[in-house]
Design a protein. Sequence first.
Lengths: 308, 314
Amino acid sequence: MDNTKFLPDDFELVGDKQNINIDEVLPSRPMWQDILGRFKENKGAVIGVILIIIITLLAIIVPMVSKWNYAEMNTSIANRVPSGEHWFGTDYLGRDLWVRTWQGTRYSLIIAVVAVIIDIVVGMTYGLVSGYFGGMVDAIMQRIQEIINSIPTLVVLIILLTVMKPSLKTVIIALIFTEWIPMSRITRAQVLKVKEEEYVLAARTLGAGNFFILFKEILPNIFGQLIIMSMMTIPNAIFYEAYLAFIGLGLTKPLASLGTLINDGFRLFQVYPHAMLIPAAVMAILMLSFNLFGDGLRDALDPTMKEG
Amino acid sequence: MDKSMLKYIGKRILISIVTLFVILSILFLMTRLLPGTPFNSEKMSPEQMEVVKAKYGLDKPVIVQFGNYLKNMVKGDFGLSYVLYKDQGVADIVMPRAKISFIYGIAATALGTIVGMLLGIIAALKRNTIWDTIATIISVLGVSIPSFVFALLLVIILGVKLPVLPTMYLENDPIVSSIIPVVALSMSVIANVARFTRTEMISVLASDYMTLALAKGLDKKTLIFRHALRNALIPVITVIGPILVNLMTGTMVVESICNVPGLGQILIDSIHSNDYNIIMACSFLYAFMYIAMMLIIDVSYGLIDPRIRLGKGE
């Protein structure tokens, strides 16, 4: 090593090269474009959205244009298997299942969306108040929630079942009872995280009131989480609707939801499986699509939360 | 077991008992104060009605009835069935059914956990290969498709189209009859456990101690079985409780589809026929199992993570 001689050519001037890092200039894009870009990369999520759109359109259009009526009975054509005349066959009272399935999807979607919107409002308010005010208020609200939460869903439903008559309203109320708690928990956790941020402190220093801080500072920052949560709740709501129909708390005849269709098909499903399988398949596809959509939305809105 | 842990467990048990009592009172009040009786009122004269009510103790004030009910319940007597099984003891009707439902729930959880863990481990070790994709697809399907749809498909395919399995519960062959419902119930468990195991396993594989173990020259087998698996599976064990709790809701519909004489069927029947004592007993059992499960989950969390039992977890 000591004998090594260095020649002038062994060295070259590095200069300022290392300090000259040319920044890659990305075009400035609004946040929603970023989100959209990330969302589009997720194949599953895009398929989910497309399926949701197709199913929604079918649910809106088919009952309007079909020559069959969802409530029209004709027992002479009862229990037909799918054919050119009746694309999904007919049920045990001879009603066309193509129309009934989409009519049912319509009601299932309406029930799920209405229930989830009310869930968000109730859960969000509860979570906001509990998380933001903290202390005694939080402690009491959390204990109440703890007790409500440890009543199993099934028992809540049974209690409702003994008090109320089956109807659209009952189903929605039952769904609200079971789904608002996770919503309020997420809100509370997010509020606890956000309320210590500097911009909240800044707003308070500038003299903003609690109401202003809650709705103008905190809420917009946790809204993404709530949207994700609600997309994840919709498939749950669709499932519980079917579940309720199965235990006798469904819509009343002749109205149909996916749940009541599945329940009707159940009577004869070993002989005529189509009457139960088709609505069950539509429900499964719908739930799958909403789950894929929700997953994609979560990854797009918050890339840090991505699994694996 | 230090003092704070005992205090924490005591607190949790107290809350559980309060909750059970609240549930029981609400159920009792709801069933007793509502209009309509379990008896066919049109066929009976008011005098006959009085006699029947007196026979079941329904003529006393509600608060006295509730007191009696609680007193008998402690002794294991859940009253008599009014309609479905005339005058039989509810405990005798419900208990054998609860046993079946319970065994199914445990079997489905065990099956689902084992298969789910295997899937998750394979997916994590062979990340971004076809195996990973297959595992992901299975878990997405398992989470999204309700268990009764699986039950339906299995009954139609394995029970009706190619009759290899019975479509209903056979007294003399309980194991074969349990295959369809247990498999159907386990699908969501498989999905959830696989998903969770994969995430845990990936984060463990990326951790510093794995790099250290690798640098120390351990062979792959020891690396995975001794170091990775052990650390990845502890958190997985904690999610099994909540999964089992979720499973309980789905069992009712699966039981109807597979004609299993479990709690689900009798609960639906009793609701439709106002058989109060059976409704009460079934709901109470569900609530009891649910709350006991939550208690076990919370306590085991507390044992694993000291921050929770000291109340600093949030």
